[in-house]
Design a protein around this ligand. Sequence first.
Ligand SMILES: Nc1ncnc2c1ncn2[C@@H]1O[C@H](COP(=O)(O)OP(=O)(O)OP(=O)(O)O)[C@@H](O)[C@H]1O
Length: 285
Amino acid sequence: MTARHGHIEVQGLDIRFDVKGASVRAVDGVGFDVKPGEFVSLIGPSGCGKSTVLNAVAGFIEPSGGRVALDGRTIDGPGPDRGVVFQQYSLFPWMTVRKNVEFGLKMKGVGRSERETQARTLLGLAGLLAFENHYPDQLSGGMRQRVGIVRALATSPQVLLMDEPFGALDAQTRVVMQEILTNMWQRLRLSVLFVTHDIDEAVFLSDRILVMTARPGRIKAEVTVPLPRPRTAEMTSSASFQSMVRTIKGLIREESLAAMGGELKDGGLAGLSVEVGPQGVTGVV
Ligand SMILES: Nc1ncnc2c1ncn2[C@@H]1O[C@H](COP(=O)(O)OP(=O)(O)OP(=O)(O)O)[C@@H](O)[C@H]1O
């Protein structure tokens, strides 16, 4: 199945925030697109503006300049064509798993039996059907986040926007969740914009990775991931996987160092030299 909708276009995106009366430039002239059915990750040093870009595509933040569009229409607010998943599980604790998934459908006016069928189909795809009548606090973190993804998918969005969705999970659960997500994505073929700090995760999941500069965030590099699909855990130890991880790590390291240099300057430490010995930093002179 080929997706025909879900083309995200970001052109010349500038975003500034007012902080204590001063204008802080978070994102500066960012441009990229996500083709229908493509999986694209945004990665970069902390504070470079990844979440800000994603929030602009979600319609939660209004751009200070530039344009964000979905299928040719300028985005001017949140909408059911975009499902969003955050790191914090935002499930309603008083609703069962299935009722949580059905919520968006109910808001759209979908009838009871159709809601139930759609929710159960997606829960089955995520391996959660046996838990449909459980409450969120009866589930593990990984299961809760799977429900969060299913809930975001329930209204059949054209685009899934994910901000560090596995950031709160332990390493093993995270790997399993990545496999589940890549399997679900392959069946549904909707466009995904995925924000992460985890380079291995970005390479494992993505068709393309956009590496951002330190703040103000721009696109520093675009890395295409040529690994075949379906992706398997074994691929992560291949030479080409590891080489991509090294390349991206190098790009982010340059930016993290640049950002720290800036912070040192901002803190009035410019001009000082750092002495580095075999045990690490030994003094500031
Ligand atoms: N609502 C806001 N008001 C003021 N400044 C903000 C706001 N949201 C973000 N910022 C600033 O914009 C910059 C980019 O933040 P953003 O959260 O997008 O970065 P990020 O790359 O997602 O960071 P991290 O990887 O640490 O989550 C940061 O300097 C942040 O402090």
